[in-house]
Structure formats: structure tokens, C-alpha cells
Write a protein that binds this ligand. Sequence first.
Ligand code: PGA
Length: 242
Amino acid sequence: MILKDDKENHAKKIAKCIAEEIKLRQKFDQHLVLGLATGSTPISLYNELARLHVEEGLSFRDVFTFNLDEYCGLEDNHPKSYHDFMNVNLFNRIDIPRENIFIPSGQIEPLFERDYCEGYEQTIKDLGGIDVQILGIGRSGHIGFNEPGSSVDSITRKVKLHDITRTDASSDFGGFDNVPTHAITMGMKTILSANRIFFMAFGEAKQEITKRAFCEEITDDIPASHLQRHKKTTICTDFDIT
Ligand code: PGA
């Protein structure tokens, strides 16, 4: 399903869907597993989820979250880490128990990376899989940090970041050379296993790659194009892609 609207309206609608899912599960004493993204794209959504908590009493006590990715080499409290981003933009503003939050660590020794990534996958499975996944897209065509060439069978792993991705992050880090070269990301298989996906892309800079992802052939060169085969993906944009 493709929906065109402005960013704030999309945020309200997606937050409403998430809130309904949380409440439905709470009625039956069940939890909800959310897959979360970072970057400028989901900020309005996180603002709206925080508002629903503060103003309307929505509780996140039965929610578990798994973030898509983290830069390698950054400590959790680094101001540009995705740990910090999530704390500032969402977790510090809601009542989610700290032990329910999972974000890949950027601090794993190379020797233990493989086991660590397999453990991340296993934790998702143990909680019943991701119910609702939030996604943005990078100009390289990545979802999470699954850069061009990522296969549909890929799972959580360490990846090398594409130059476009590092260029787009250079202002955050004060120059291209300061941007971490690698990251840990959930895989394509991990993401595509989510029951429901909300894909968001806003602004002119995302229009061309979004069109290529959804209106052209499915290819590993544009990892987001694999979403065409996902049964329950809602594409939320503020531009036309058809
Ligand atoms: P952005 O990044 O939301 O900051 O544009 C999205 C992404 O690279 O996945």
C-alpha cells in the first residue's frame, strides 16, 4: 500500500496503529515487539509516541524494541551513537523498561562479533519475532545499514558503510573521514521477517531512490526493493512515486 501525506500526518497515523496494537495485546497480557529506526525520518513518529504516553497514558511497559543498527566503534553514550539518539528521541520520554530495549552494540570485539550477532537474532526469535518494523531509506538504497549487494538471506552482521551513507552522515560527525566505516545491522532476512512494516521516506532527496526501490526491478543493488515482496508493507511518503 502506498500512502502520500505530510510527515506529521504519517507520524500520527503510524503511532495510532502502534498504540492500538499495544493496547490490544495488553488486554490479553501479551507483549508487542517493535523494530525501530534512527535518523531524521522517524523523529516525528517518536514525538507522537511520546505524546501518546504523556498526554493519553499509553504505556510501553509490555513493549520490546529492537533497533536496526549501530555504528562500530562508538560507545553507547557517544552523542552520535544510535543508543543516544534513541534515548533522547524516545526511550527517555516513555515508560519502557530498560531491559526491554535492544540496540546492537558498536563495541563488540571482532572475535565475538559473530556470536553477538547470532545472539541478537536469537533474542528476536525468542520474543516471537518483530511485530511492527519502522524503516527509513538511505540514498544508497539501504534499509537498516544493508548497503547495495546485501542478500535477502543476510542476518544481523557487521557491514562496511557505503560512501553515500558516510557522505550523508558527514555533517553529523564533522567531516567524511570522521564517520565510522563499519556498523552492525540487522539483516535483510531479519527485516523482511517482520509481520508488518511501515516504510517512510520524506523530502526530495529520497524521491529518486524510493521510486527506484518500488517501481523498478527487485535487486540486491537496491536492498529496499526487496520490500516489494513483503506482504504487509505500507509505503509512507510525501511525494509521488508512481
Ligand atoms: P535519515 O536516514 O532518516 O536521516 O534520512 C535514513 C537512513 O539512512 O536509513
